[in-house]
Write a protein that binds this ligand. Structure first.
Ligand code: SAM
Length: 301
């Protein structure tokens, strides 16, 4: 009589198999992952119920770990749905990770991936007079940037603003998830319009606005069409909201305050729209994607 020995698959093999399936389906990445290998790893770790990795570089150490059959099934189902629907993986899993922090997400908000997040740890320090006490995160979406800022500066009060009531519901969930209710609040507002001008002056204003130009909106890959149009479309040159924000911001910023705006691929359009404004392009992992403006220069512009 021969005894059947169940072979428990190893992490490395399950991971590679899922990545090959994603790769063969010619999916689009850029919503929390950069390629099929990263996306398969994230889905596998989620299927296993393991805590997220601080970095994809840690994956090597997991290659020989066993993966139980039920986790393989969950992973297969995720990969099937990802391929069939082209929905972002983050929506399928109901979560996204930014700078090692977990945020709950669904189709009411874009998947967190802002380059501004990279700058919050130390990248803004040279431009700040002091630790900011009043921070506003305009276009807060899931609340991710405001929450990261509140974690970075633990004396700061943070206001997250969004025009979408749906997005603010998600932001509130994340504020509660991070136990930040005492320092992070939200406001439904068209940019800064509903923030009283006699509110405390803002030391640090962050904004990752909708900035995709009309031509790029027409060419959006399927994955990005699952995200709210309101979160992406920035008008003919992508600068509709940026123009309005730069106009409103001086009435809210402190004299030493700074405004940090994500511009993504639209640097050319930003420079055409604000040719005479002195700005600093921050050293993000993709240079030329985030611009910093000092309040004093905005007032003069
Ligand atoms: C690119 S998403 C950024 C979300 C989040 N800050 C992040 O980095 O993941 C832009 C957000 O701006 C919001 N928005 C669009 N138009 C707005 C307006 N006029 N005033 C305030 N928020 C607006 C959208 O609802 C969306 O949540």
């Amino acid at each position: 009589m021969t005894r059947q020995v169940a072979v428990v698959p190893r992490f490395g093999r399950v991971w590679r198999k899922a990545a090959r399936r994603l790769d063969a389906a010619h999916l689009q990445y850029g919503q929390g992952t950069e390629d099929a290998l990263q996306e398969a790893a994230w889905m596998l770790i989620h299927s296993l119920g393991w805590p997220v990795l601080a970095s994809f570089a840690q994956l090597e150490a997991l290659r020989e770990r066993e993966v139980p059959a039920d986790a393989v099934q969950r992973l297969d189902a995720l990969v099937d749905t990802r391929i069939a629907t082209r929905k972002p993986a983050a929506y399928l899993m109901g979560e996204a990770w930014l700078q090692g922090e977990r945020f709950v997400v669904d189709a009411r908000v874009i998947v967190p991936r802002s380059y501004i997040a990279e700058m919050l740890h130390a990248g803004l320090d040279p431009w700040l007079a002091d630790a900011p006490r009043t921070i506003v995160d305009v276009c807060t979406g899931s609340g991710c940037l405001g929450i990261l800022a509140a974690k970075r500066w633990d004396q700061a009060d943070v206001l997250g603003i969004d025009i979408s009531a749906d997005a603010l519901d998600v932001a509130r969930t994340n504020i509660a998830l991070h136990a930040m209710e005492d320092r992070v609040r939200v406001l439904a507002s068209d940019l800064l319009s509903a923030r009283p001008e006699d509110s405390p002056r803002v030391d640090l204003m962050l904004c990752n606005p909708p900035y995709v130009n009309a031509g790029s909106m027409r060419a959006l890959p399927a994955e990005f069409r699952h995200e709210p149009n309101l979160a992406l479309a920035g008008g003919p040159d992508g600068m509709d909201l940026v123009r309005r924000l730069l106009n409103q911001a001086p009435r809210h910023l402190a004299p030493h305050g700074v405004l940090v705006v994500e511009i993504g691929n639209e640097r050319e359009h930003f420079e055409a729209a604000f040719a005479r404004l002195p700005v600093v392009w921050l050293p993000t992992s993709t240079p030329g994607t985030v611009v910093l403006v000092e309040a004093a220069d905005l007032v003069r512009a």
